[in-house]
Structures are given as C-alpha cells and as structure tokens.
Design a protein around this ligand. Structure first.
Ligand SMILES: [Zn+2]
Length: 337
C-alpha cells in the first residue's frame, strides 16, 4: 500500500458485473472494539460498460429522503434492467445516520465539508477520501440527496451550480430539469469548500443536488419526489430504458427555473431568540416584505426584530427550529430565471 492509497477498503470490486451489496471497511479502533472497523454499506449494480451514476444519501444524518429512496432502489433495481453502472451509498455519513444527527457523533465532522478528505484523517475524512479517490472517478454524474434536516425546511427543489465549464453547467441543468422536482434551481452556496458537490465539479463531472423537505422527517410527497427523481435521472442518462416522468405526468404544476442572483437571497439572524415565520414556504415576496421576526423571551416588553426580504422572489426555505441564535439561517428566497 502506498501512502496515497486510502486506508479504507471495499468488499466490492466495482469493475465486475452483477448486483453486489457490500461495505466499505473503515478502521475504527476504540475502547469497546480494539481492532474494530466501521462497515459502511455500499451497493454496485453493473451491466457492462456504459454510463455510470453515483447516488448518495445521508451525507447529513438527519435527512431521510435519500436513505429511504436509495435503499428501496438498491433492493429493487435489477441488473438486467440497466445499461452501465449504478453505485449507491444510502448513508454516506453512516455514523451520523445511525445517530440521527447532521454531523458524525464520532468526530463531529460535517461530511459535506470533509471533501476531498485525508487517508489518515478522522473517520469522516477517511470516508470522504475513499469516495473521492475510488468512487467519484468512476462516475459520469453524481446525485447527492439532501433535505433540511432537523433545523431547516425547504420547498422541494433539485439544483445545480453555475461552474466555469459552461458545457458541464448546461448538462447539469438539463439533468436537474429531468429530475423534475417541483422547483429547479441554480443554487449559490454559502460555503462551497469541502462539499462533495465541489469535488465532483472539480473533476469536470455532472453534479445534481436537491433539498427535498426537512424537519428531521419525511412526507409521502418528499419521498415520492426523491424516488421519481432518481429513476428520472437513470432514464435521462440512458442507464434504464424508460421515459422520465415529468411534473405534468404526475399532475403537478411546473414552476419556472429559479436562481439566486447573490447571497442577499439568504436571510441570516443577527439576534438570539424565538423565530416567528410571518409567511409560509412558496409565498411570493417583494423587497422589504416582512418574512419573519425574532422575539426576546427574556425581555417580553421589547418588540421583536423584523427580518425583511432583500429582493423580490419566492420563499423556498426557512428555519425549522424556532429557537435561533445569531448567525443562524432564517430564510431563503429564490427568483424566477
Ligand atoms: Zn444536507
């Protein structure tokens, strides 16, 4: 083993045809298991050379549409119905998923800030390193399924980023439209460094993201959007032979493609207190409209501080928790493209 090879190994040979349920072996020596390892489930379904998609869920451990949709897909997708390869990781931050927390209980690391990872880093960093070195290079396109977790709530959207390569940006946009979430969004990240998104895009590959709900749970709608979106992408990339199901096919109203012209789209709290949302998700807003207000339980006589939209658009995300701190995300506004 050279010093650049991951310390993590896989029980699956990703170059062999067939359907393989296996695991990544991550060394994890600890008090209750001296020579222990963490076994992180991974699935490869391969039928000859062809387009390859990597599908990940549970990047954050309190977001459940991804793990649910991807476990169902891994059980039901038959090798005979595909062309190429699908690699499925239902719980990318596996310890976080088992704990029901956003970040890993082992090292406190947010998996989506751990890329490209380190071979000799903490558990999360070793997982990111293996995925970066051994899985992402196999992919033509990567879907990472998110939702708002315990602290945020989103109007379900699929998203891509505008990157330097206009050709790859356009392919990602077409894939997002094929996913057919109720909203398709060109997303601007608050903090893109260390994300799997950025790692994939830096390899010149197509990345598709999504935020499908939140609150630390799922709904029948959000799981259905995830399941349909995944199959739509497999169809879009020619891995399965079926027609993508459009929003109209499902009796839903398509919305215009949306974007976020700048970081003014994010409303961040300058106060600590109790947040009261004054408008609901999917509401149209104009610049200056009150979106929510923060109350001060220690000083009931003090009026709340009102937070206002800095641009026209639609409210597509909000804090789910009511008790907020300074620096917390309060709301997200996107505008029609
Ligand atoms: Zn997430």
């Amino acid at each position: 083993m050279t010093q650049t090879e991951p310390k993590v190994s896989s029980s699956i040979d990703f170059s062999t045809d067939g359907k393989h349920h296996g695991h990544l072996n991550i060394p994890h020596s600890r008090n209750d298991s001296g020579w222990g390892a963490l076994h992180l489930p991974i699935v490869s379904i391969r039928n000859g050379d062809g387009p390859t998609m990597v599908l990940t869920g549970g990047n954050h451990g309190d977001e459940y549409e991804g793990p649910i949709a991807l476990m169902k897909l891994a059980r039901t997708l038959d090798v005979g119905e595909i062309n190429g390869q699908v690699i499925i990781i239902p719980a990318l931050n596996y310890p976080a998923v088992l704990a029901g927390d956003r970040v890993s209980p082992i090292d406190g690391v947010n998996m989506n800030r751990a890329f490209p990872g380190r071979r000799d880093g903490s558990i999360s960093s070793m997982i990111a390193h293996f995925v970066h070195q051994k899985i992402l290079p196999l992919a033509d396109a990567v879907l990472d399924i998110h939702s708002g977790g315990k602290t945020m709530m989103f109007s379900p959207f699929a998203c891509y980023h505008q990157i330097a390569d206009a050709g790859v940006t356009e392919k990602a946009k077409q894939a997002v439209l094929a996913f057919a979430a109720p909203i398709s969004l060109e997303l601007v990240e608050l903090d893109a460094e260390g994300m799997i998104d950025t790692a994939v895009e830096d390899m010149g590959k197509i990345f598709i993201g999504c935020e499908l709900g939140g609150g630390g749970t799922t709904t029948t709608d959000t799981v259905s959007i995830a399941e349909t979106g995944v199959r739509n992408l497999l169809a879009h990339f020619g891995i399965i032979d079926e027609q993508p199901q459009s929003l109209e096919d499902r009796g839903l109203t398509p919305t215009p493609l949306m974007h976020m012209p700048d970081s003014d789209c994010y409303i961040i709290s300058d106060d600590a207190g109790i947040y009261e949302a004054l408008i609901d998700l999917n509401s149209p807003v104009n610049t200056g409209d009150a979106v929510g207000q923060v109350h001060f339980p220690r000083k009931p006589e003090q009026p709340p501080v009102v937070y206002r939209a800095a641009r026209d658009g639609t409210l597509i995300g909000r804090t789910h928790k009511a008790l907020v701190e300074t620096g917390d995300f309060l709301a997200l506004i996107a505008t029609d493209m």
